[in-house]
Structures are given as structure tokens and as C-alpha cells.
Design a binder for this molecule. Sequence first.
Ligand code: ADP
Ligand code: MG
Length: 667
Amino acid sequence: MLEGLGVFGFEGAVYPVNPKFDELLGHKAYASIADLPEAPDLAALCIGRAGVLDAIAQCAARGVRAAVIYDSGFSEAGGEGKALQERIVAMCREAGIALCGPNCMGILNPSARSTSFKQTIRTAQGLAGNVALVSQSGSIAGTLLADLRRFGFSAVVSSGNEAVVDLAQYIEYFAADPATKVIAAFIESVRNPARFVAALDRAANAGKPVVILKVGKSERTQHAITSHTGGLAGESRVFSEVLRAHRAIEVSDLDEMTEVLAACQGARWPEGRGINVLTTSGGQAELILDVATACGLELTPLASEARALIETEVGPITGDGNPLDAWGDGNAKRNMPISLRALDENAATDVIVFCSSDSVDDQPLGRAGRELDYARILVEAAQKSEKPHFLMSMRPGVMHTGQVRYLAEAGIAVVGGARQGLGAIQHVMDWRRALPKPAAEVAPTALPPCRTINEHDAKRILAGFGLPTSHERLGVDLPSARRAALEIGYPVVLKIAADEAPHKSEHGLVAVGLRDADALAAALARMTDVARRIGAPVDSWLVQEFIADGVEVFAGVSRDPDFGLALAFGMGGVGIEVMKDFALRMLPLRAGEAREMIAAVRGAALLGAYRNKPAADVESLVACIEQLAAFAWANRDQIDEIDLNPIKVREAGRGCVIVDALIVTRG
Ligand code: ADP
Ligand code: MG
């Protein structure tokens, strides 16, 4: 670290503290923190776990306001280490010391030419840039620092155990840091969920993407599961949804992260949705199209005017013109500028991506300087255009540094790999689109004080809120159940209505399609026996209209212990539990999200028309999901879970009906 400060040309005072030396690496050394001529801004403690507590006490006494502890063996080790960390935290809080670590590598701050980073710094060349990285793993930080060809760092924080200053606070800082354009985070765990999401919002509002790679998603705390489908809470996908709701870019590996950070280096960021790729080879064009299609990236066919223009000037185009093979007669100096200009003039093109053969330093084949010729043509085209231009190599990580540097000076970013590179551009595009606003909030409902609210009561509450529920009546015995059935009209459904039996059919306490009074009597007699056996009341029966038609779907809300209420939608039956085929969104729900959720569920194809079956009433389902979300959000302080399972979606125009409902309050 001392050497690193030298490499950076750090201009502030440096005070080594070590009683065994008079001088260290050219700096006068001091015997103790108390002996220092002034209180330093930062104390970097490299003294081993045993001495840390005493050192922090000395820092506090000397008025030091920031410190780094590199050593491990604290909370991550449990037991004694955990207790020691707690004492350090208490001391830091009292003295107002911002602590990085313990169990970390410290902070590298190229933009301020300062460092407390533990690793040796060989050269400061290329380290400075606009990416702020917060990594809970020091070695992942090291991995990303190994490649500075396309971007450098405003700061790199190896945050370790985050005993005092945590991820959320670092993100807050970088959201306001003028040297930072984009924030990257490698996360094992989020220690302060509320502050974390607020920090994400702050970064988004500051116009800075936060690119997040989260590991160990499956280890998330499970919470007590009350309902059948409640297994959704503690679901790892909740974290992804939180990121979506707060406009972070989630990536699943370091390749993807690196490409997104590289894609953010261009002077112009993608605005619209139209990516056009230009190649100099038919094979490449075909491969790029296959790869893009397989990962759900849309390359819209080239518009006919642009196509006609290129065909007259360059020659026939194979395929649908996106990717566009602009090789023509091989005269790149003529054909490329014409094609690039046609794309610039094409209204549907928002982003132009040029992909030639991969170039590397010291490449064995091909004319020397060829990569710079292409780069020059691209730069000239970009200068005449207002659209963002990218250079893409076919593989991630493969590039020619001279070409990259030349393009960077012209504000053109270089990405790699059809999947990773185009995917990164798409990520930035998606990020640029503002999220739709959540629906207006409505007034909360007074809910009964019990923990589980049974089907009948839950439906009355939901119906009061405007949700479509089945027509039904309560009965206390056979005669009143018969009267209810006559009023509703046969066939009917008979169920137990009791808070003690939230899962009715499990015990045989649901009978559907009862055609007449005799069938009703038989079902009631049988269910009375069951209810007695399991200790449920025998004087509370629900008689309900039988909805014979419709597709069964599920919609529900559950509480994630860290991030609050999430809404799930899936098909009825085994769709959710077995197939894990469900869509998830955090509340409050935003405009358009209910429809997106339905579209995202594979089984929801069953809602469309097929064979002789007419399409189901998806519009009414969208409305129902939106109402459920609004109800849950309005009552978010009271609700732990809501299950509408099933909702029967009838054919288009006939609406949907909630035939079973359960509300679990926070008790
Ligand atoms: P459980 O408490 O076991 O979830 P439900 O009330 O959901 O009980 O009933 C079990 C099944 O019976 C439902 O999944 C649905 O298929 C069917 N069912 C329940 N109520 C009706 C109804 N009113 N009309 C048609 N089918 C129904
Ligand atoms: Mg049910």
C-alpha cells in the first residue's frame, strides 16, 4: 500500500506507524498513533486480528475518522471473531469512524490518486476511469482490475464484511461522485435491504446504471410457509425482481458484467430499441442472427428503403438485412461508408453495431493496419451521425488494443461476443427506458385481527375492493345449506368455511358439481364426519356457485423478509409448485406489468384460442391481477400473504371469477 501511494504519486502526507523502524520506504515512521503530528484522514491497520481492537481505540482517541481492517477471522468466522467485530463496530460508531472491512482488500481510488488497496500496484497506467466497483470479494475485484483495455475505475472498494460502511452506502457515495459514470457491484449478501434499494434509486436518478452480479442467491432465508404456494417467499427470483424494480442491471457472470461496463463507455448511449448490425461476412451475419434470436434479442429486418439504397450501391443483400453483410464486391472503403450512412438514415435504427473479423494484438494473419482502416471508417460514419456506434468482436475478450484506444478517443465503445456484446447493448437500452409509474395508491381496508382469514371472509373483503368473486352463501346446517343452494341455483359447490381449515381439499372438505339436494346432503354428511375427526367446526358451510368452465390460474402475494411484498402469477394446478412456471414482480405493480407477467408464463398459452376452444378473457385477468396488487399494496402493513387459487378465467367477454381465496395477515 505504501508503495502503491508512491506509484500513484499521492500528494498527501503518509505516516507509517511502527515502533521498530525510524523510516519506512522513505517516510518517517512513528512509534504509535498517538505520536502522529496530526490526525490522519485514514488509518490502514495491517497488524493482525489480535491488535485490531487496541488500534481502533487509539484511532478513536487520536480523532481518526476512517479506517481499513484487512484481517479476516471476524464475523465470517463466527464465535469469538463475531464478538470481536461487534466490539469494533461499537467503537467505530461511537467515534464516528467510517470503517472498510474487516476481511477485505481496502479501497483503490485512481481518480483521487490515492489507495489503501492491499494488492501491489505495478503501474497506475490505465487504472483511472469511470467505473466504480464495490465487491464483497477481494479476488473478484482483482479479476476485474486485471483487464483495463476498455475501461478503468473511478474507485474500487473491496468491502469485505461491511461491519460499518456497507454496500448501500458505497453506492450512495458513487451515485453522487462526479468521477463515476457507472457502478458495478459483486454481491454475496445485502446487509441493509431498505438502504440498498434506496441507493439503487439514487443511482438511477443520478443517471448512473448499477450493474449487479449476485452470487449465492439460493441461500436466501426461507420464511415460515403458511399457504400451499407460499414457497415463493424467500425465492431467489425476488432479488432479481427487486433489481428490476429499482432499475439495476442484473448480470449473471463476469463476462456479462464486463461487456455491460464496456458498452457504457461510449459517448452516446442507446436510446431506442432498434439495433442494426453490420458485418463483412455472410457467415458472421447468420451466426449473429442465430445467437441473437436464441437469447431473445430482436434484430428487426432492414426497412425496404435502406435495403433498396444499399442494393443499388453495394450489391444484393442476402437474408433480411439485419445483420447486414456489407461485403459486396469486397471494396470495404466504398461499401462500408455507404452501408453505414444508409443505417444512419434508416428511421428504425437506433444503434449501429459494426462487426468485422476479430482483431488481436500480434495477430498472425491479415494485412497489418487493416483493423485501423475499419476503425477509421466507423469513426468517420459516427462523426456524421447522432446515433451510437459500437464495434463488436465475435468473441468476448478478443480485441486489438490500438483499435480499442483509437475508437475510445472517438467515443465509440467496443463490445465482444454476439451474445455478450449485443446482450450488453440491450441491457443499456433497457436501462435507458424509464420504468412506468406504479398505479395511484388507494385507501387501506380494515382487516379482521385474525392471522388467517378464511375463504368466505377473504372473498367478501376482496369483493368490497372490486375483485370478481364467486356468488356464495354461508349455512350452519343442512336446511340452511339447502336454502342457500336453491337461491344460488344447482349445481353448487360445498366447502367448509373455517379459519382452522385453510387448505380444504387436502381433507376432502370441498365437493364440486353437486347437482341436487340429495347430492348436497350426502356431501354435507360426509364432510361433517371429516370436520369432527380433524377438530374443525361442523356448523359453518359454504355453498357456492359451481363455475364449470374457465382456465384455472393462480395469483398471489407473499412477503419476502428483506424486500417486502411480491406478486406471483401462474397457471393453476402443478404450474407453480412443480413446474416453477410463474412470473414475479415486486409491489407496487407498475403499469403494464400484469400483462407482462401473463406473457412471461409459458403455461399461459392455454389462455389463448386453440383447437376449438375460444380465447380466455385475458383482459379481465389483467384487471384482476392489478386490483389484487393495488389491494395488497394499500394494505401492505397488514398483509403477509394472499392466495387466489384458483381464479377461473372464462372465455373472452365473460370475465374471471375467484373461486378460492386466502388472506394471511401479519397477525
Ligand atoms: P383448497 O382450499 O383445497 O385450495 P379450493 O376452494 O381451491 O380448495 O377448491 C379445490 C378445487 O376445487 C379448486 O382448485 C377448483 O378446481 C375446484 N373448485 C373450488 N371451488 C369451485 C367453484 N366454485 N367452481 C368450480 N370449481 C371449484
Ligand atoms: Mg384453492
